[in-house]
Every structure is written in C-alpha cells, then in structure tokens.
Design a protein. Structure first.
Length: 299
C-alpha cells in the first residue's frame, strides 16, 4: 500500500513548508510557464503547494489537484476557499468539482482528480497541462517511477518541479547521544518500499531526479529548503510541530532499530520535554528541484 497522510499533519506542517521552499526556483518556474498556465499537482493533499506557489505565478492559472484520498481533495477545496475569503478574494463554484478563486491578478481555477499515483504517469492528464509539480512526494517513489515520469514529461516538454525532497541531513540542538541512532533508523525507514514499484528513494531523491531529467536533456536546478525550527515558550504551533516530528521519527526508527527501542523511547521523551519548554531546535535537510526542458531554461 502507498503511504497515507493525515490532513491535520499536512495542515500543521504547511507554514514550515512555506518558510522552507526556495522562492527563487518558484519564480523561475513561473517565468517558464505560459500566460495562463495549467498545473498538475501530484499528491496534492490539502492544497498547500497551490496556496504557496500560486502567488509566485501571480496571474490567471488552472490547477488539477491529484491525490488518492478523496477526503483530502475535499479538504483542500474547503481550505483554499476559506483562505481566499479571509484574504478578501471572491470564491465561486461553477461546477460540483470546480472551484474558482478570483484573485486580483486573475482567476485561479481548481479541480480535483482522485488517482492512484502508483499507476502514474499512465493515469494522468499530461496532455492537458503545462507543468507537473509536487511537494514531499519524490522521496517516497522508486527510481523506475522517476525515470518514467521524466520520459513522459520530456515527450511533452513539461517542466517538473519537486519541492521538499529529504536529503538525509538532520541536526538537533542541543545534541543527544542517540541522535545518530534515530537518524540511522529513520533513514532505513525512508528507504523501504512505499508502494511505488520498488525501494523508495528517500535521501537519494534529489540525485535521482537530477539524473533522470538530465538524461532527457533537461536543465536541472536545485536549492536547499531545510526545515529550520526553534521552539519558543509562546509558540504552540512550533511546539506541536516539533512534538509530532519527534514522535514520528522515533516510531519510524523503532521499526528498524528493534534493539534500540528503549533508547529511542527515552530520546523521544526528552526531546518532547525540550520542545514543551522551548529549548529544542532542529534542522531537517530538504532540497527543491526544478527541471526545465530545452528552450524553457530561464537562467
């Protein structure tokens, strides 16, 4: 089975994702797109990438949000509409499956597509889009999946933008003697088969993306997009984010470091206490990737 993600976790991480993504690559993608671009967002979840990237595109645009979870797409529509209305933008629903956000610089048309990304790219409407985008997806997929996606994108001349791919570099502050154990177990968990036709890329995702698209003649651009977080006594959102991250990493590592489960439990308890007290900092390595086909390299 492919990975499934809780909508509350996706909402919790949204501001930290937004702070981490590289704005320079987003601007370069925008420059490579036509006047009214059509964007295919893979593994769109609650629509966080649209809410961030749409402002960099800054003009009329059309999005197709693709996810295997219909409930997440429904939640995405609700959240997009709510955020737009809070900003004073008009929102209309011209059809049961279409949302229009009336931004000051042009309408954003949003549609949803429930699709199993294990079958991608065969089940995607790549003939009707101008770019393929995703966030926190490519470290879940296999080498074969990336290579197939690169080949199909190249056949249609489509830019490919992948944000927040893990790099395998994590650092916690203050340091702890079990940080290495957590990192080792977490890396092993990232590399298991996650339902995309082979071992997941994990921290190898940036290199795999670069190799697959460069082989198709693409210009490949890369920028760091690390989560960099410091908990504070009066910042409950950062505290909750840190606690969820710590608990998730410890649980994932524990599936592979069985002899170290007691140490992992103690590590997680201490880290959560530090987060609650406003004494925990961490940097989780990520990289954003932008792959531009020949003729669309804006550098």
């Amino acid at each position: 089975m492919p990975e499934e993600f809780d909508g509350d976790w996706l909402d919790l991480r949204e501001p930290f994702d937004a702070a981490a993504r590289d704005p320079g690559l987003a601007a370069q993608l925008s420059q490579a797109l036509p006047a009214r671009p059509r964007i295919l967002d893979l593994g769109a979840g609650t629509g966080a990438l649209l809410r961030w990237l749409g402002h960099f595109i800054g003009r009329a645009q059309a999005w197709t949000l693709v996810d295997a979870d219909a409930a997440l797409i429904e939640r995405a529509f609700d959240t997009i509409a709510e955020r737009a209305e809070n900003a004073g933008w008009g929102v209309t629903f011209p059809g049961r499956k279409t949302l229009l956000v009336h931004s000051p610089r042009g309408a954003w048309r949003v549609e949803g597509l429930v699709a199993d990304l294990r079958e991608a790219p065969d089940n995607l409407p790549l003939h009707a889009v101008d770019a393929v985008v995703n966030t926190a997806l490519c470290d879940l997929v296999s080498h074969g999946w990336i290579e197939r996606m690169a080949a199909v994108c190249a056949a249609r001349g489509l830019p490919f933008y992948a944000a927040l791919n893990v790099t395998g570099r994590e650092r916690f502050s203050p340091p702890h003697r079990e940080d290495a154990l957590v990192a080792r177990g977490f890396a092993r968990d990232q590399a298991r088969d996650k339902g995309f036709g082979g071992i997941a890329l994990g921290a190898q995702a940036p290199e795999a993306i670069a190799e697959a698209f460069a082989a198709q003649g693409y210009a490949v651009l890369r920028a760091p997009s690390d989560w960099s977080v410091r908990t504070r006594p009066l910042n409950p959102v950062a505290t909750r984010f840190a606690e969820e991250l710590v608990g998730g990493m410890a649980a994932a590592a524990g599936q592979h470091e069985r002899r170290g489960r007691l140490a992992l439990r103690d590590w997680a308890r201490l880290r959560m206490e530090q987060a609650a007290d406003g004494r925990l900092g961490f940097r989780i390595g990520h990289a954003d990737m932008l792959c531009l086909p020949p003729g669309k390299d804006t550098a």
